[in-house]
Design a protein around this ligand. Structure first.
Ligand code: UDP
Ligand code: MG
Length: 338
């Protein structure tokens, strides 16, 4: 298989058909017939799954993977990457913000530059709110200051990877995944590919503020222990402050003045209390992550696969046995894997 195209989808029923047409056309012009399109249904509550099944039944190039529930964008993507079989792998969003037609020039760049990763860099972002643009801008810059790995600015998950780069990526077992950073971490030759990001074709963003925040915290904690060092910086600052305060109190006492009590005392107590709580919370954030990783659960659970008959060997997740519950009297009666 020359090329795999991996597409995580969450409630994208309006995009799927056009997406399939454009991606298939782009793949055909670039590599002929030797490609697969992998849709990963991330627990959609709309008609995405039946539509995917239909597309997979009609087009032999399509494999549709149904996760057992919503696992989140990065894990859905991981499932697709784990299951795909191509020598080169394109990651693309389902909402057509990243034009599939860029596949050909990206393949060309990969050949010309002898690169293992060609990652899309957003020159412009159409149809995104000023708030999203501003927070994304700030986030990528904060991230690059906080981390030792050079995570490219303004790059999303839209990228083309070689098989050896993907295999290296799949060797990283962590739960809290920030894939664009992890790809930067694995190294090899990676080249940027500037492009204009289009407007979402249909539907709303699947990244509300809450999920964006989670994603940002995952990225920061996953790639940097700088927040933990904050405690020592703040501690140092407070110690210096206290020395100055002691000197001042000694001076005032020697000069025969007495210092007004309640207000200053309260201020010190409140400030120190707040700083301690904040540092505790930061540590809690890392401990929670440690706990999560320590459990060592599979990263995703696949309920069924349409368009491929054998059970794929996967490294990071779990694929339910399609034959185990088939026609069982009490089962839900789903008929997985045709
Ligand atoms: N997505 C997903 N699971 C989720 C949220 C999003 O698989 O829980 C997919 C979504 O269908 C899309 C991609 O991740 O293909 C990026 O999401 P979206 O376009 O909503 O993000 P934005 O472009 O607004 O940052
Ligand atoms: Mg989008």
């Amino acid at each position: 298989m020359t090329l795999s195209i991996v597409i995580p989808c969450f409630n994208e029923e309006l995009c799927l058909e056009l997406l399939h047409r454009r991606v298939a056309a782009a793949a055909r012009t670039s590599v002929g017939e030797d490609y697969e399109i992998l849709f990963v249904n991330d627990g959609s509550s709309d008609k995405s799954w039946p539509i995917m099944q239909r597309i997979a039944a009609a087009d032999g190039h399509v494999v549709a993977v149904n996760l057992s529930r919503n696992h989140g964008h990065q894990l859905a993507l991981t499932a697709g990457l784990d299951i795909c079989r191509g020598d080169r792998i394109l990651i693309i969003d389902a909402d057509l913000q990243d034009p599939p037609e860029l596949l050909a020039p990206m393949l060309e760049t990969m050949d010309r530059e002898q690169a293992d990763v060609v990652y899309g860099v957003r020159k412009s972002r159409a149809g995104e709110t000023a708030f999203k643009r501003a927070t994304a801008h700030g986030f990528y810059r904060l991230l690059s200051r906080a981390t030792e790995v050079d995570i490219p600015l303004d790059a999303g998950d839209f990228r083309l990877m070689s098989r050896r780069a993907l295999d290296a990526l799949l060797a990283l077992p962590e739960q809290a995944r920030f894939i664009r950073g992890m790809v930067a971490w694995i190294g090899f030759r990676q080249v940027p590919f500037p492009y204009d990001r289009e407007e979402r074709f249909a539907g709303d963003t699947k990244y509300p503020f809450r999920k964006m925040l989670r994603f940002a915290i995952d990225a920061l904690t996953g790639f940097s222990s700088a927040p933990l060092k904050l405690a020592s910086h703040v501690g140092l600052a407070l110690s210096i402050g206290s020395v100055i305060l002691i000197l001042y109190i000694a001076y005032a006492w020697l000069a025969g003045q007495s210092i007004q009590g309640w207000t200053s005392l309260m201020l010190v107590v409140v400030v120190i209390g707040a700083v301690q709580m904040f540092v505790l919370a930061l540590m809690g954030e890392y401990i929670g992550r440690l706990y999560n990783e320590a459990k060592g659960r599979p990263l995703y659970i696949v309920q069924e696969i349409a368009g491929r008959s054998e059970r794929p060997p996967v490294r990071l997740g779990y694929v339910a046995d399609a034959t185990a519950n088939r026609d069982s009297p009490g089962g839900k009666g789903t008929r997985p894997i045709r």
